[in-house]
Unconditional design. Structure first.
Length: 269
C-alpha cells in the first residue's frame, strides 16, 4: 500500500516524537478495527437462535445438493432455550423439516453418517431425553461432502480437518490401454497419509478398500459409481471408525469398472 506525502510526514514525526507516535498507533488501531467491522458486516451471515447450548455444530451435505449445511442443537446452556435441532444452509436459510423438537436439551453433538449403508443421509443423536435418535433423510450420502460429521470432526476427536479425497482430473496425453490402472502410493513408506492415482477406462461401479497383511479389510475408501478418467485417492491411516492404524504393511485394492489392481504400502510411526 503506497503512503501519501502527508502520511509520510506523520510517520517521520512519530519516529521522533514518542507521544505523537502513541497517538498515531491508537488512531491506526481504531481505523483497522472499524474496517474489520465493516468487512464482517458485509460478508457474514448471522443466524440468531433462541438460546444457547453446550453442544457443537456439525457440517455436511444433508440435502443431497453437494453443498454442506450446518446442523446444531439447542438446550443445556440456557434454561429458557427450546430443545430443538436446527439445520441451516450456507445462505442462512432453514432446511425444510427443521427444527426438530426433542424431549431434552441437545447437549451432545449430532453425527452425520450413513448408518444403514443404504446410500442415504442419516443423522444420529444420543440425547439427554434418554433416547437414541436416528433420522433417515431421503437424500444421497457422500462422505466427501461431509467435512465435519461429528464432534471435533472425527471419531478420534482430533479437532483437525483432514479430508479423504476422490478427485477427478483431466485425461493425460497418453491413456493406459488397461480397463483399470492403480499406481503406486506416494509417499511410501508414509505417515500420516499417502495418496495414489487411479485410472478407469470407462464409467462404472468401483470398490476401493484398504487391507492389512492378515487380509482383513481396514478401510472403505470408495464404493459405488465412478467416472472414466484419472482420479486421486488419499488414505489417512485410519480405519472406518476413525481409529489410527499401527505401523506395518497394508494393501490398497481396487475392483470393478472392468478391472482390478492392488498396491502395497507401509505405514511407519
Amino acid at each position: 500500500m503506497a503512503l501519501s506525502e502527508s502520511a509520510l510526514s506523520e510517520l517521520l514525526v512519530a519516529l521522533t516524537d514518542r507521544e505523537r507516535g502513541v497517538d498515531l498507533v491508537r488512531e491506526l488501531a481504531q481505523y483497522l478495527a472499524q474496517e474489520l467491522i465493516e468487512v464482517q458486516a458485509t460478508q457474514a451471515i448471522v443466524v440468531n437462535l433462541p438460546g444457547s447450548s453446550e453442544g457443537s455444530p456439525v457440517v455436511g451435505d444433508i440435502t443431497g445438493d453437494g453443498v454442506a449445511e450446518i446442523v446444531h442443537g439447542i438446550g443445556g446452556g440456557d434454561e429458557a432455550a427450546p430443545y430443538n435441532l436446527y439445520a441451516y444452509s450456507a445462505n442462512g436459510q432453514a432446511v425444510a423439516g427443521f427444527p426438530i423438537t426433542l424431549g431434552g436439551p441437545l447437549m451432545p453433538g449430532v453425527t452425520i453418517t450413513d448408518l444403514e449403508k443404504d446410500g442415504d443421509v442419516d443423522l444420529v443423536y444420543a440425547g439427554w431425553d434418554f433416547l437414541c435418535h436416528v433420522w433417515s433423510l431421503p437424500f444421497a450420502y457422500d462422505r466427501h461432502n461431509v467435512p465435519w460429521p461429528t464432534y471435533k470432526g472425527d471419531m478420534q476427536r482430533t479437532g483437525v480437518y483432514f479430508p479423504v479425497e476422490l478427485v477427478g482430473v483431466g485425461d493425460g496425453p497418453g491413456l493406459p490401454r488397461a480397463a483399470l490402472v492403480l499406481e503406486r502410493p506416494y509417499p511410501n513408506p508414509f505417515n500420516p497419509s499417502t495418496k495414489f492415482s487411479l485410472y478407469v477406462a470407462r464409467t462404472g461401479d468401483l470398490d476401493v478398500d484398504i487391507y492389512d497383511v492378515q487380509g482383513r479389510r481396514v478401510r472403505e475408501l470408495h464404493r459405488g459409481p465412478i467416472d472414466a478418467g484419472w482420479h486421486t485417492l488419499v488414505w489417512d491411516g485410519q480405519d472406518d471408525r476413525g481409529r489410527g492404524q499401527a505401523s506395518g504393511v497394508y494393501f490398497v485394492r481396487a475392483r470393478g469398472a472392468g478391472g482390478e489392481g492392488v498396491q502395497k504400502m507401509t505405514l511407519v510411526k
